[in-house]
Design a protein around this ligand. Structure first.
Ligand code: MG
Length: 257
C-alpha cells in the first residue's frame, strides 16, 4: 500500500523543481535562525513507523538512465579509497577519509540504502554516524537513532545542524534504511554571491522528513557558515565518522533544472 506521505512528497518534489526558472532572480530562503545550532531545547522528531521494506523494494530499483555508484561489486565509481566492499555492501573504514565519487553532480535524485552496525554501540552522535554530503558540502545526516536520542538537528534525515527531520522513521541497528534525496543545487552570481539556495526533499524509509528545505549554507559542526561559491557540479561524498556504517544500492539521476 502506498504510504500516506508519498503523494505529498511527489507534489513538493514537483513544486521544488518546477517553480524555479533558470532566469529566476535572487532567491530568498525565508529561513530564520529560530533555533541555535544543535540547540538542546529544540523539539526532537517523534518516532514513526517506516514504510514496509517490501513496499519500498520496487522503488529502490535504479531507473534507466541512472548513474550507478555502487551495485555491490566494486568502488569503480569512486575515487581511490580503503573503504571495504564485503557481502555486496560498502563499509566505512574508521579513521580513513570520506568516500568521494569520481563524477560530479548538480541537481539530482539520489537513492541509497544504509545500515548501522549491530549490535549498536555508543550513544548520541557516536552511534552509527555517517552522512550524505551533497556536492561535498550539504549533509543529510546518517545516524542510528533507533532508541537513541540526540539534538534535533543531528537526527538521521536532518539537514545537519540546520533542520531536523519532521519525524524519526529509523529502523533498528542491523536493518536497512532507505534514503531518496531530491537535491536542488545552489547557484551563484559572477561576484560569488548565492542567487539560489541549495535545497533538499528527503524520503526516509518512504516517509517525508525534509520538504524542500533550503540550506542556510554548507554543513558545519556547531556553526552555520555562509555560502561560498563553487562549481555547478561537484562530486558526492559519504562521511567517515568513525562508525562502520554500511551502504548498498547507490544510484543517482541527474536532474536538469
Ligand atoms: Mg554525520
Amino acid at each position: 500500500m502506498m504510504c500516506p506521505s508519498r503523494s505529498r512528497w511527489f507534489l513538493s518534489l514537483l513544486l521544488g523543481f518546477a517553480c524555479v526558472r533558470a532566469d529566476e532572480p535572487v532567491a530568498t530562503s525565508g529561513i530564520t535562525h529560530e533555533w541555535g545550532v544543535h540547540d538542546p531545547a529544540r523539539p526532537r522528531p517523534a518516532p514513526v513507523a517506516p514504510c514496509a521494506a517490501d513496499a519500498l523494494a520496487a522503488l529502490s530499483i535504479a531507473p534507466a538512465g541512472a548513474v550507478m555508484l555502487f551495485d555491490g561489486t566494486d568502488l569503480a565509481a569512486w575515487q581511490p579509497s580503503i573503504w571495504k566492499v564485503e557481502n555486496r555492501c560498502l563499509e566505512v573504514v574508521p579513521k580513513s577519509a570520506p568516500l568521494t565519487s569520481r563524477q560530479a553532480f548538480g541537481s539530482c535524485h539520489l537513492h541509497l540504502e544504509w545500515r548501522a552496525p549491530s549490535p549498536a554501540t555508543g550513544e548520541g552522535q557516536n552511534r552509527g554516524n555517517s552522512g550524505v554530503f551533497l556536492q561535498g558540502r550539504y549533509e543529510v545526516q546518517v545516524l542510528d537513532n533507533y532508541e537513541n536520542t540526540t539534538y534535533a538537528d543531528g537526527y538521521a534525515g536532518a539537514a545537519y545542524g540546520q533542520n531536523p527531520p519532521r519525524v524519526d522513521p529509523c529502523r533498528p541497528a542491523g536493518e536497512w534504511n532507505t534514503y531518496d534525496i531530491f537535491f536542488r543545487a545552489p547557484r551563484f552570481s559572477a561576484d560569488g554571491s548565492v542567487t539560489r539556495h541549495a535545497a533538499v526533499t528527503v524520503l526516509f524509509n518512504g516517509v517525508l522528513v525534509q520538504d524542500n528545505f533550503e540550506f542556510t549554507g554548507p554543513t558545519a559542526h556547531k556553526k552555520r557558515p555562509p555560502y561560498s561559491a563553487h562549481p555547478a557540479e561537484v562530486p558526492l561524498e559519504l562521511q567517515e565518522h568513525g562508525c562502520r556504517v554500511r551502504f548498498r544500492n547507490i544510484w543517482i539521476v541527474p536532474v536538469a533544472d
